[in-house]
Ligand binder design. Structure first.
Ligand SMILES: *Cc1c(COP(=O)(O)O)cnc(C)c1O
Length: 451
């Protein structure tokens, strides 16, 4: 198992050949889920005492498992938030996997950490955070939000001299991502929902209004603003939220898992005015910054506060702290970590930041073109001018079941994967663009299927 034999060599070539073929597919096959009973019948038991052998295990994957798995990078995958990893990032992910790098500490992973930190510094710089800002890459936005909120509470607790309030409260928009509620649940804190305005945005005054409903003896320790809501792509009014946070001494966290990628584009930067005041933010390179799963950048204005709250200490770990260098494990709820920021770093280093600005800009432009296309069709109605790259619309005369049937049919015919969503309770059409390979012709094809 641990020697590079002639068999290993054959397997290596087969695996690398398959990986290259998959990366080269343009477009990849869309594929889709297969019922469990069917997989059981077709694939059966793969774990045996003697093993299948690498080539046979690879065949099972290529012939049976991969086709039962949707290609998230298909140009007509427009559900949820898609992904569109670049060739460079995907290929470098193979290198990360091959290199047995421990990404938790400088002692073990200095080179990897150095590179990852440059990628984080680029993001922090785009946001306008001061020098000294930093953090780490974690698995996803959910883990990033939880870590940031845990730090925020630790800061508030210390400020109170360690005395706990009756209840801790975090303020977040009613359109915030459910991971905020989930993080609060894990931390056993309350989320006080903040009403959004007619443009679906949380503002400083709505934050203040929500805070007034917090009971006496309860303490607000953080506000979570969203830099691009997942459902609508709406950016909260970060500037007024920042002022409200500053006035009240609340930690300002910006959940930009999807939308903060648009910081890369100068044209979109004004949408995020106020982000430079954030105490922490997250953005998922695995969404709109063209990295493979799974990768979330978590950045703190004052990383030392995170280290104080989250660093793990034990006799056997003291050597990593003794270096006095940057240990990514100190900045989130994790210890061992894959150097999962490296594929993102590699693509940034390879192509340069202008290429990222252009690629993000393509989806911003496409969302506008798609909105125009929808406006021009009498059977459709645009429900919201796109702020970022999500478009929501109504098909006149359709009810929930019509959208569901249409969506199922598109996937069955392998045309597209476009799930409906909801806007104020109504089922609506929704398309989210992050893939520079998606064209307006793709959009037309999908809209034609609704006529
Ligand atoms: C996707 C998303 C999350 C969750 O991120 P994961 O990487 O899926 O854990 C959180 N917040 C927002 C705004 C998102 O779009």
């Amino acid at each position: 198992m641990h020697h590079f034999t002639a068999d290993t060599d054959r397997l290596a070539r087969a695996i690398v050949e398959y990986a290259i073929q998959r990366v080269r597919m343009d477009p990849p096959t869309l594929d889709g889920p297969v019922p469990l009973a069917e997989l059981e019948e077709r694939v059966g038991q793969t774990i045996t005492r003697d093993g299948l052998g690498g080539l046979e295990a690879l065949r099972v994957f290529v012939d049976e498992l991969a086709p039962a798995t949707i290609s998230v990078d298909h140009p007509r995958f427009l559900s949820f938030i898609p992904a569109a990893p670049s060739e460079a990032a995907i290929l470098f992910d193979l290198v990360v996997g091959a290199s047995s790098m421990y990404g938790g500490s400088w002692l073990e992973g200095a080179g990897a950490v150095y590179a990852e930190n440059q990628a984080l510094a680029w993001l922090a710089g785009r946001a306008g955070l001061p020098d000294g800002a930093g953090g780490t890459f974690v698995q996803g936005g959910t883990a990033g939000n939880l870590s940031a909120l845990a730090v925020a509470r630790d800061v508030a607790l210390r400020r109170r001299g360690g005395e706990r309030p009756r209840r801790w409260v975090v303020l977040a928009s009613e359109e915030a991502h459910p991971s905020v509620e989930s993080a609060a649940g894990v931390m056993d804190v309350e989320v006080m929902p903040v009403r959004t305005d007619e443009r679906h945005r949380m503002t400083g005054s709505s934050v203040s209004a929500a805070a007034e409903e917090v009971g006496s003896g309860d303490e607000v320790f953080a506000v979570v603003a969203t830099g691009g809501t997942t459902n609508l792509g709406v950016v909260d009014d970060l500037e007024s939220v920042a002022r409200t946070c500053a006035r009240n001494g609340w930690w300002m966290h910006v959940d930009g898992a999807y939308g903060l990628a648009a910081l890369a584009a100068d044209s979109a930067r004004p949408l995020f005015a106020g982000i430079e005041s954030a105490d922490s933010f997250i953005v998922d390179p695995h969404k709109w910054l063209f990295a493979p799963f799974d990768c979330c950048a978590l950045v703190y204005r004052r990383p030392e506060l995170a280290r104080r709250a989250l660093a793990q200490h034990a006799a056997y770990l003291e050597p990593i702290h003794a270096t006095g260098e940057w240990n990514p494990s100190d900045y989130a709820i994790h210890l061992t970590r894959r150097a999962r920021g490296l594929p993102f770093w590699f693509a940034l280093a390879t192509h340069g930041t202008d290429a990222f600005a252009a690629a993000v800009g393509q989806s911003l432009d496409l969302a506008r073109s798609a909105a125009g296309e929808i406006r021009g069709r009498p059977s459709l109605e645009l429900l919201l001018e796109p702020t970022l790259s999500v478009v929501v619309f109504r098909r006149h005369g359709w009810v929930e079941e019509d959208y569901a049937r249409w969506s199922r049919d598109l996937l069955e015919r392998q045309v597209a994967f476009v799930l409906p969503s909801r806007l104020r309770g109504e089922v609506v059409g929704r398309m989210a663009f992050v893939n520079p390979r998606t064209t307006i012709e793709d959009v037309r094809l999908i809209l034609d299927s609704m006529e």
